[in-house]
Design a protein around this ligand. Structure first.
Ligand SMILES: [Zn+2]
Length: 148
């Protein structure tokens, strides 16, 4: 979950990548309660057809019911909750995009690691970094002897 600032207030948003990703979706083996399966009868929405906008097939998409119709959710969209308790997708790279640093998780873990010198923590950092195609490089501090 990311808590991010959206002027003028703060809203909660969760990034959705696949069925079950929203914390209120329920068990992942069932259709999500918030982000539902994407189902459209029209041939252009066939499950194996690629969505031009995101390059993913429709089968990988989700759907949020709304009062009128609903919202298509592309993998990677952020799911925000509106003032009326309604949910809606926010595209990455839009002006509503969460102002989070994608590597913030890794950085906060690293700070924790520096406090604890914990090897398990380091493994966790490397896992997070791997998701972003990054790796951890530890530069050993130089010990130098200087005149007093
Ligand atoms: Zn899409």
């Amino acid at each position: 979950m990311a808590r991010y600032r959206k002027k003028p207030g703060e809203i909660d948003a969760h990034q959705w990548l696949k069925n079950g990703d929203h914390p209120e979706d329920g068990p992942a083996e069932f259709e999500g309660k918030i982000v539902r399966y994407f189902r459209r009868p029209e041939p252009e929405y066939d499950g194996q057809t690629v969505h031009d906008l995101c390059g993913r097939i429709w089968h990988d998409h989700g759907w949020i019911d709304a009062l009128e119709g609903g919202h298509t959710v592309c993998p990677g969209d952020w799911i925000a909750k509106g003032a009326q308790g309604e949910y809606y997708p926010v595209k990455p790279n839009s002006s509503d995009e969460p102002e989070t640093d994608p590597l913030a998780d890794a950085r906060s873990l690293l700070a924790e690691h520096e406090r604890q010198q914990d090897e398990a923590c380091r493994a966790e950092i490397e896992q997070v970094l791997a998701k972003y195609g990054r790796k951890l490089v530890v530069t050993q501090p130089q010990i130098t002897i200087v005149p007093t």
